[in-house]
Design a protein around this ligand. Structure first.
Ligand code: HEM
Ligand SMILES: *[C@@H]1O[C@H](CO)[C@@H](O)[C@H](O)[C@H]1NC(C)=O
Ligand SMILES: *[C@@H]1O[C@H](CO)[C@@H](O)[C@H](O)[C@H]1NC(C)=O
Ligand SMILES: *[C@@H]1O[C@H](CO)[C@@H](O)[C@H](O)[C@H]1NC(C)=O
Ligand SMILES: *[C@@H]1O[C@H](CO)[C@@H](O)[C@H](O)[C@H]1NC(C)=O
Ligand SMILES: *[C@@H]1O[C@H](CO)[C@@H](O)[C@H](O)[C@H]1NC(C)=O
Ligand SMILES: *[C@@H]1O[C@H](CO)[C@@H](O)[C@H](O)[C@H]1NC(C)=O
Ligand SMILES: *[C@@H]1O[C@H](CO)[C@@H](O)[C@H](O)[C@H]1NC(C)=O
Length: 267
C-alpha cells in the first residue's frame, strides 16, 4: 500500500515536471504579470506569488497544498502558519466545503476584502482590487524615512481610514476587519524586514507593492528562520500599538485573526 502511494507520487511528480503547463513550483527568477485570462486580486503578495508561479499563474486552484507550497518555498512561512492562513481564507470561495479558492474570490467585497486599503480604492468607487498608484501615493507620503517603522504604516492606514470615511458614504470597517488589517501591515515587516527590530527597508516595500514582484533585484532574500505564529502575532501587536493616537501606552489584545487571510464578516 505504502509503496503504491509512493509510486503514484513519483509518477505524478515525473508527469508534472515533464509537462511545462503543469509546472507549479515557481521561482524567484521567473516572473510575468497576469494576462487577460488570469485572475488577480486585492492582495499584493498573492498576486506576486502567482506572477512568479509559486501559485498557479492563472490565479486559480489555490488549494491548501498549493498555498502551503508557495508561502513556505517563496517566503519561508512555517507550514502550520501557512495552513491556518489558507483555512481562514478558503471561505472566500462561496461554494460550501470548497477545497480551493481563486484570486478572483478574494475580490468579494466585505468577505476578506475591505475598505481603506493602502494601495487599492474602496469598492464603492469602482475597483477594489487593482493596484491604484494614486491611492498608494497617499499612503507612501507618510513613509518619510528609508527604514520604515510600524508607525509609518499606522500613519498611512489611519490616513486611509479618514480619507475613506469622509468620502465614501458606504464606508465599512468593522471590529472584525481591524485584526485582519493589522495582519496586512505586519506582513511586509515579516517578509522583508528585521522581525526582531520591527523595521523594514522602504525600497523593498514600495518595489513589492508597485511591481507585484519579490524584491530579489534589490538584494532581498527570504527570512533565514521560518516565520512562526508567535512572530505574526507579536508583529501585529506592535502595529496595533502604533495605531494608538494617544501618547500614553494602552495595551491592545491581538489574536490569531491577525493572521491575515484570517477572518470573515460572516463569522
Ligand atoms: C493565504 C494567504 C493570504 C491571503 C488569502 C491574503 C488575502 C488578502 C486579501 C483578501 C487582502 C485585501 C484586504 C484589503 O481589502 O485591503 C490582502 C491584503 C494585503 N495582503 Fe494578503 N493575503 C495572504 C497573504 C499575504 C502575505 C504572505 C503577505 C506578505 C506581504 C500579504 C500582504 C498583504 C498586504 C500588504 C495587504 C494590504 C494591501 C493594501 O492595503 O493595499 N498577504 N490580502
Ligand atoms: C489543483 O491543485 C492540485 C494540487 O493541490 C492538483 O493536484 C490539481 O491537479 C490541480 N487542479 C487543476 C485543475 O489544476
Ligand atoms: C511551526 O510551528 C509549529 C506550531 O507553532 C511548531 O511546532 C513548529 O516547530 C514550527 N516549525 C518550524 C520549522 O519552525
Ligand atoms: C460540508 O461538510 C460538512 C461537514 O463535514 C457536511 O456536514 C456537509 O454536508 C458538507 N456540505 C456539502 C455541500 O458538501
Ligand atoms: C484610483 O482611485 C481613485 C480614487 O478612488 C479613482 O478615482 C481612480 O479612478 C482610481 N484609478 C484607477 C486607475 O483605478
Ligand atoms: C456597502 O455597505 C454595506 C454595509 O456595510 C456592505 O454590505 C456593502 O458591501 C457595501 N457596498 C459597497 C459597494 O461598499
Ligand atoms: C534599502 O534597500 C536599498 C535597495 O536594496 C539599498 O540601496 C539601501 O541601501 C537600503 N537602505 C538601508 C538604510 O539599508
Ligand atoms: C504593546 O503595548 C503594551 C502597552 O504599552 C505593551 O505592554 C506591549 O508590550 C506592547 N506590545 C508589543 C508587542 O510591543
Amino acid at each position: 500500500m505504502k509503496s503504491s502511494i509512493l509510486c503514484t507520487t513519483l509518477l505524478s511528480a515525473a508527469v508534472v515536471s515533464a509537462n511545462p503547463h503543469f509546472r507549479r513550483q515557481g521561482s524567484l527568477d521567473t516572473w510575468a504579470p497576469g494576462g487577460p485570462d488570469d485572475f488577480r486580486g486585492p492582495c499584493p503578495m498573492m498576486n506576486t506569488l502567482a506572477n512568479h508561479g509559486f501559485l498557479p499563474h492563472d490565479g486559480r486552484n489555490i488549494t491548501l497544498e498549493n498555498a502551503v507550497h508557495a508561502l513556505n518555498t517563496a517566503l519561508n512561512f512555517n507550514t502550520s502558519v501557512a495552513t491556518i492562513m489558507w483555512e481562514q481564507a478558503v471561505i472566500a470561495n462561496p461554494e460550501p466545503n470548497a477545497t480551493f479558492f481563486t484570486l478572483d474570490h478574494l475580490n468579494r467585497h466585505n468577505v476578506l476584502e475591505h475598505d481603506a486599503s493602502l494601495s487599492r480604492s474602496d469598492a464603492f468607487f469602482g475597483n477594489n482590487h487593482v493596484f491604484n498608484q494614486s491611492i498608494f501615493d497617499t499612503s507612501k507620503a507618510f513613509w518619510t524615512q528609508e527604514i520604515l517603522t510600524p508607525q509609518h504604516f499606522a500613519d498611512s492606514k489611519i490616513f486611509r481610514q479618514v480619507a475613506s470615511r469622509s468620502a465614501n458614504p458606504n464606508y465599512t470597517f468593522t471590529a472584525h476587519v481591524e485584526p485582519f488589517s493589522l495582519g496586512e501591515m505586519a506582513a511586509p515587516f515579516l517578509m522583508f524586514g528585521d522581525i526582531e527590530k520591527a523595521t523594514v527597508n522602504r525600497s523593498l516595500v514600495t518595489f513589492f507593492f508597485e511591481n507585484e514582484k519579490l524584491p530579489v533585484e534589490l538584494g532581498w532574500k527570504k527570512q533565514a528562520n521560518a516565520i512562526n505564529l508567535e512572530d505574526v502575532i507579536r508583529m501585529s501587536e506592535v502595529i496595533a500599538n502604533a495605531t494608538n493616537l494617544q501618547t500614553t501606552a494602552t495595551p491592545v489584545v491581538v489574536d490569531k485573526r491577525a493572521l491575515h487571510g484570517g477572518f470573515s464578516f460572516q463569522h
